[in-house]
Ligand binder design. Structure first.
Ligand code: FMN
Length: 151
């Protein structure tokens, strides 16, 4: 049974809505277990026990949110030698850009040596049906791939 960990931060609810759609997508794959945690509550053990990781962050000052950075900072030493090529995806909520947050997350993913398995979802402004559909697909893709062990 594959386990997908979703770690997100959200102040005004947009990234949370995206995280919920990612979770629904992942749960649509039979037999997949989904753990969804706010970044402040997610631990190194969560990361180690997951088969795949989805990170969700707002863009803050052209970067990922501080809470997501904190999750990475807290878990790096305990996990980075044990997560080589762990399947990884990212979703971002931005006011009007999102590229700075994406670049920052991608750089950190390289540090952990995660394997990115689907293109990022970047929402600009309000969360639309189209964005929720993309998030659903993101969740279903990483979960389906992990369940079938194709990564
Ligand atoms: C402190 C702060 C900094 C922000 N910086 C950016 C930014 O650099 N680029 C951008 O496109 N949006 C920026 N925004 C807007 C948020 O990314 C946007 O409102 C996002 O949808 C919030 O997601 P949330 O509802 O999950 O908190 C910023 C918002 C805050 C509060």
């Amino acid at each position: 049974m594959a386990k997908i960990l979703i770690v997100y931060h959200s102040q005004t609810g947009r990234t949370r809505k995206m995280a919920e759609a990612v979770a629904e997508g992942a749960k649509s794959i039979e037999g997949v277990e989904v753990i969804s945690k706010k970044a402040a509550e997610a631990t190194a053990e969560d990361l180690l026990s997951a088969d795949g990781l989805a990170i969700g962050t707002p863009e803050n000052f052209g970067y990922m949110s501080g809470m997501i950075k904190d999750f990475f900072d807290r878990t790096y030493y305990a996990t980075h030698e044990k997560v080589f090529r762990k399947p990884f995806v990212v979703f971002i909520s931005a006011g009007n850009d999102g590229t700075g947050a994406l670049r920052a997350v991608e750089r950190i993913a390289l540090g952990y040596k995660f394997k990115t398995v689907f293109q990022p979802v970047i929402a600009k402004g309000d969360i639309t049906e189209e964005i929720l559909n993309q998030c659903h697909e993101l969740g279903a893709t990483i979960a389906g791939g992990c369940q079938m062990q194709i990564y």
